[in-house]
Design a protein around this ligand. Structure first.
Ligand code: 5GP
Ligand code: ZN
Length: 114
């Protein structure tokens, strides 16, 4: 999609520190990390928010989670634990309107979140 920052990262038009990419999914380090490890996992397909996904995206969303698991393992987060976050809409704190799963790790997370 034109004018979508994350579509441009998928296409290679904007540089990013990409840790994983295949035909369906791309993962890259967050430019403003909120934890020692902070990676965003996104579908290559433009979907603005998780609640705009449809039944045809079922396998894609499943793959997003499984790729995230693989990255968490590779980044050495699995033993101590980590957090997945999908901010959605205004109250959810979403600022980029292309689905992204945050992987946060390397420190103790607080609950409830801010
Ligand atoms: P949201 O607030 O929508 O859940 O998360 C958007 C995330 O994208 C933020 O954590 C922000 O730091 C990250 N971000 C915004 N612009 C860029 C960029 O150009 N490159 C990368 N790597 N991350 C970005
Ligand atoms: Zn997009």
């Amino acid at each position: 999609m034109e004018d979508c920052l994350f579509c441009k990262i998928v296409a290679g038009d904007i540089p990013a520190d990409i840790v994983y990419q295949d035909a369906d999914v791309t993962a890259f380090r967050d430019i403003n990390p909120a934890a020692p490890t902070h990676i965003l996992v996104i579908p290559n397909k433009h979907i603005a928010a998780i609640n705009e996904a449809s039944a045809e995206d079922q396998a894609l969303l499943g793959k997003l989670l499984l790729v995230a698991n693989q990255i968490a393992e590779q980044e050495g987060l699995a033993e101590d634990g980590f957090r997945y976050v999908i901010n959605t809409g205004g109250h959810g704190g979403q600022t980029v309107f292309h689905i992204h799963l945050h992987i946060l790790g390397g420190r103790q997370m607080d609950w409830p979140p801010g």
